[in-house]
Ligand binder design. Structure first.
Ligand code: BES
Ligand code: ZN
Ligand code: ZN
Length: 485
C-alpha cells in the first residue's frame, strides 16, 4: 500500500499542511492563531529544522529548506527532512496531507513528497498481527500544491510505484521467490506497464548454450530463467536500443565455495539488479519515455548440491569463450556474461549492467556510492554522474585499465572467473567487459543495495539502489535526443 498522489489548486482552512519555506518567515497564508504564529516564528528564528503546530482541527508542519552550496545537496536535505518527519506524520493519522511551498525552488514539493513516500514503505506482508511500525497509518492522499506539470507528477507516481515493488521483490525471501516466480512477477509488471516480456525457460537456455547460467544453476533443484523485457514505443528516438542487464541470483549461498559465518545473510537480495531493471522498464514504459530499451534478466539460485558446479570446472559460455571456475561464489559474472554477449544481437548503443557483484565494491565505497566502470564514451558517464547527484544515488568511477584484465588469465581455459584478492570489483568488471561487443557501463551495487540500517529514506534491506538513477538517466537521454531532432 502506498499513498495516492494528486494535485490541488486551493488549500482549504481545515486541511493539514506541510509548508516548505526558503527563509525564516512564517508564511502569511498559513491560517494560524496569533499565539501559534508567534510560536512558529520563534522556532524558525531559533533555526529549528521544522516547526510542528497541532491546531484543533488540523496539523501544520513548516519545513525550513537547508542552505547549501550545491542545489542537488539542498534537494537531498529536503528528502531527508521528510524522512525525519515520517514518524510524526504517521502518528497524526492524517487521511490526507497537503504539501505546499513558499519562496523555494520549483520542484521542492515533489522532492519532499518523494522522500516521504519512500520513507513510508514497509515490508509487512508476512506479519500476521498489526504492530506499531507495521500499521499503514500514513496519509492515504498526498495533495501537491503549486505550479506542477502533470508529467512531473506522473513521473513521481510511477517512479515511486517502481521503488515500492522493486523493494518488495528484493526483500522477498527465496522460499517465496525462486527464479521462475521472479519471471512471473516480471511478466505481471510488464503487462500492467505495457512493456513486452519473453521468458526463456531451461530448454531454450540449453538450446542457446548459455553455459554460465546453466553452470550456476547445476546445484539448484529449481530451473533457471532468462527474461527479455522490451519497451519500444512507436515514437522512439534511438535507432539502436539501450540494453540493461540485471543480476538475478535469487539466493547466493556461494555454491560449493559456500559462504561462511554471517556472509550468507541478505543473499535473497542478490537479485536486486534484476528487480531494478524491471523497475526501470516499468517507469519508462508507464511514463511513455520515447526510447527503445531492452532489459535482460538471467536468473537462478546459487547452491551446493549433488550436481553443483565445482572449482576447476571448465565451462563454455554463450559466446563460446571457455571459463575455468576458480570460485563458485563468483557466480554473478557468469550469468551476466551470457546476458551481455546475448545483447550483441540487438547492436545496442550502450549496455548497462547492474549487479550486487562484489564485496570489494562494498568495502571500497561503503553504502554511499555505486561503483561504476566503463569503456563507453565520456558523455554517458558524465550524464550518469549528473543524474546521480540529482537523485542522490551517486556514482564513483573505478579505473578500468587493461592490466586488471590480465589477472583473469587461466592456464587451461580462455579465462578464469576470479583474479586474486586485490582490486576485486575491477577484475569482476573486466571479466564482464570480455563478453561485451558494444560499449559497456558496469554498475556494482553490492555496497548500496544491502543496508543494515536506514540511510534516511533509503530504507534498510533493499532500498532499490540505482532505480531512480537509471530511470532519470534514460529520461535525460530521451530529452537530449529530442533536443537534437
Ligand atoms: N553476491 C556476492 C557479492 C556481494 C557481497 C553482494 C556482499 C552483497 C554483499 C557475489 O556473488 C560474491 O559472492 N562475490 C565474491 C567474489 C569473489 C569470490 C571473487 C566476493 O565479492 O567475495
Ligand atoms: Zn557469490
Ligand atoms: Zn552473488
Amino acid at each position: 500500500m502506498k499513498s495516492t498522489i494528486d494535485k490541488i489548486s486551493q488549500i482549504s482552512p481545515d486541511q493539514s499542511v506541510v509548508c516548505i519555506i526558503g527563509n525564516d518567515i512564517v508564511p502569511e497564508r498559513l491560517i494560524l492563531s496569533k499565539s501559534e504564529k508567534e510560536y512558529a516564528q520563534r522556532q524558525l528564528t531559533n533555526k529549528e529544522e521544522f516547526v510542528f503546530i497541532n491546531s484543533y482541527n488540523k496539523c501544520i508542519y513548516i519545513v525550513r529548506l537547508k542552505e547549501g552550496q550545491n542545489h542537488y545537496k539542498v534537494r537531498e536535505e529536503l528528502r531527508r527532512s521528510s524522512y525525519n518527519l515520517r514518524k510524526l506524520i504517521k502518528r497524526n493519522n492524517h487521511t490526507e496531507l497537503v504539501i505546499t511551498s513558499e519562496n523555494v525552488y520549483n520542484e521542492a514539493v515533489l522532492d519532499f513528497a518523494e522522500g516521504l513516500l519512500l520513507s513510508f514503505y514497509s515490508f509487512g506482508k508476512y506479519k500476521t498481527k498489526e504492530e506499531e511500525g507495521v500499521k499503514q497509518n500514513f496519509p492515504a492522499m498526498l495533495l501537491l500544491h503549486g505550479e506542477l506539470a502533470d508529467s512531473e507528477i506522473k513521473w513521481l507516481v510511477e517512479l515511486t510505484n517502481a521503488v515500492y515493488f522493486t523493494r518488495d521483490l528484493i526483500n522477498e525471501p527465496v522460499n517465496h521467490l525462486n527464479a521462475t516466480m521472479l519471471a512471473g512477477e516480471i511478466k505481471k509488471i510488464g503487462d500492467s506497464a505495457g512493456f513486452k516480456v519473453e521468458v526463456l525457460t531451461k530448454g531454450k537456455i540449453e538450446a542457446l548454450k548459455m553455459g554460465g547460467l546453466l553452470a550456476v544453476n547445476k546445484g539448484s533443484v529449481d530451473p533457471p530463467v532468462f527474461c527479455i523485457l522490451e519497451w519500444k514505443p512507436s515514437n522512439c528516438l534511438n535507432k539502436n536500443p539501450i540494453v540493461l542487464v540485471g543480476k538475478g541470483i535469487v539466493y547466493d549461498t556461494g555454491g560449493l565455495n559456500i559462504k561462511t559465518g554471517d556472509f550468507m545473510a541478505g543473499m535473497n537480495g542478490d537479485m536486486a539488479g534484476a528487480a531494478t531493471v524491471t523497475g526501470v522498464l516499468h517507469t519508462i514504459a508507464s511514463t511513455g519515455i520515447p526510447l527503445h530499451v531492452i532489459g535482460l534478466v538471467p536468473s537462478t539460485d546459487n547452491r551446493p548440491g549433488g550436481n553443483a558446479y565445482a572449482q576447476g570446472d571448465i565451462i563454455t559460455m554463450f559466446n563460446k569463450l571457455t571459463v575455468e571456475i576458480g570460485n563458485t561464489d563468483a557466480e554473478g559474472r557468469l550469468i551476466l556474461a551470457d546476458a551481455i554477449s546475448y545483447a550483441s544481437k540487438y547492436s545496442p548503443e550502450l549496455i548497462i549492467d547492474i549487479a550486487t557483484l562484489t564485496g570489494s565494491a562494498a568495502m571500497t565505497f561503503g553504502n554511499q556510492a555505486i561503483a561504476v566502470m566503463t569503456n563507453a564514451e565520456r558523455k554517458y558517464i558524465d550524464l550518469l554522474d549528473e543524474c546521480g547527484k540529482d537523485v542522490y544515488e551517486r556514482i564513483a568511477e573505478l579505473p578500468f585499465w587493461e592490466e586488471y584484465g590480465e589477472l583473469l588469465k587461466s592456464d587451461v581455459a580462455d579465462l578464469k572467473n576470479i583474479g586474486g584478492r586485490a582490486a576485486g570489483a575491477i577484475i569482476a568488471g573486466k571479466f564482464l567487459e570480455k563478453f561485451a561487443e558494444f560499449p559497456l557501463i558496469h554498475m556494482d551495487i553490492a555496497g548500496t543495495e544491502m543496508l543494515k540500517k536506514d540511510d534516511y529514506y533509503r530504507l534498510k534491506n533493499g532500498p532499490a539502489s540505482g532505480l531512480r538513477l537509471l530511470s532519470t538517466f534514460l529520461k535525460r537521454i530521451a530529452a537530449d535526443y529530442s533536443e537534437k531532432k
